[in-house]
Unconditional design. Structure first.
Ligand code: AMP
Length: 346
């Protein structure tokens, strides 16, 4: 992103980085993660700031670029957040409750960890898992056999299964000067590990606790930008599930539902500009479209409903769009959510 002065935030020029074979609309400038020869002149002489919205970016690419240009969030924040072992070890060091966990490098490690953590438990690949991919719930001794190989015999983490009463996430923002702000906690509903519904809360009793935990992480990582923190609600408290060093699906409602969206606040934060208000502008919920987008005219006939179509090929299990619904009161919002849910086939 080219942002030489504060005014430049309004006319940022973007160069996109992505994996080989990725196609962008409108021939936007694009380079592959591994094209180090191209990346140096691009970012040293033309651009002065790098950010990312995807934790599968190779940490080496980000660390490499950090030698030449400021990168926010930092390569170190990415290194921790993209690896479940580093992430959960950090929670433990910071006194943030998290499920029991163990590093798994072999089937023998898994057998030993199951003996100490017990069943049910969840085996997850340490890196690159998303939307329920790269993880398996182990309920019986039979599930334990062969599961490490099933996940590709790659480094994994075994976690105790948390009998949660709910899942919430906190979208946090930290500026270059250390200023922080937080959106209202969001209630999330997942199916098969994929986020289906996010509802922004009002005066959630665990808001202050979630913010306290997030402050510890933001400070530890000297974090700049938007960070999403996912929690399990259990026994009236919170257990940390994971962090994402980026704008997050459970914060998509902020585009229409908050004074300043998570996307704008991320750009303000990395550009060193004052952060915007995270206040809600009424009640809001976000519904993901998984596999396909329902009939557009029907979605838009729901009151105060806003459709985001990603233009991706429809495919089972893939997020291809979302809708935000807004209302002045929670009862009406719940009705609007049900109307959109009725249009979703899968
Ligand atoms: P994750 O990719 O770690 O966010 O996991 C995706 C979803 O799987 C979570 O949102 C939970 O619904 C479920 N899940 C993950 N880990 C656990 C756990 N340790 N105990 C219970 N459910 C879990």
């Amino acid at each position: 992103m080219r942002l030489r002065t504060d005014d430049d935030i309004y006319r940022a020029r973007l160069v996109y980085l992505g994996p080989p074979g990725y196609t962008l609309p409108m021939h936007l400038p694009y380079a592959q993660y591994g094209m180090f020869v191209l990346l140096v002149p691009l970012f040293m002489f033309v651009h002065y700031l790098v950010t990312f919205e995807f934790e599968s970016v190779p940490a080496e690419t980000v660390a490499f670029l950090s030698q030449f240009v400021p990168v926010y969030p930092s390569a170190e924040a990415l290194r921790i957040a993209r690896d479940r072992w580093f992430e959960k070890s950090m929670f433990k060091d910071l006194g943030i409750p998290t499920p029991a966990f163990a590093d798994i490098q072999s089937q023998a490690d898994l057998d030993a960890a199951v003996a100490s953590i017990g069943l049910p438990a969840v085996l997850k690949t340490r890196t690159l898992g998303y939307d329920g991919k790269g993880q398996k719930v182990l309920r019986t001794a039979a599930d334990v056999t062969g599961t490490f190989a099933e996940l590709g015999s790659v480094p994994c983490l075994l976690e105790g299964f948390v009998p949660f009463t709910g899942e919430v996430s906190l979208i946090a923002v930290r500026g270059r000067d250390g200023e922080t702000c937080f959106y209202p906690l969001v209630h999330n509903t997942h199916e098969s590990g994929i986020l289906r519904l996010s509802v922004a809360s009002t005066d959630h009793p665990l808001q202050a606790l979630a913010q306290d935990y997030a402050e510890r992480v933001l400070k530890k990582l000297d974090y700049v930008g938007v960070l999403a923190f996912e929690f399990f609600e259990v026994d009236g408290g919170l257990k940390a599930n994971e962090i994402a060093p980026r704008v997050h699906n459970s914060g998509h409602w902020t585009t229409e539902g908050a004074e300043c969206s998570q996307f704008e606040n991320h750009l303000r934060a990395v550009a060193g500009l004052p952060l915007g208000s995270t206040a809600k502008v009424g009640e809001s919920a976000m519904l993901n479209f998984i596999g396909e987008v329902p009939a557009v005219d029907k979605v838009l006939s729901v009151d105060d409903c806003h459709l985001h179509h990603y233009g991706k090929a429809f495919k089972a299990g893939r997020k291809v769009g979302h809708a935000t619904v807004r209302s002045a009161d929670r009862e009406t919002l719940d009705r609007q959510v049900k109307q959109v849910e009725a249009l979703i086939k899968n």
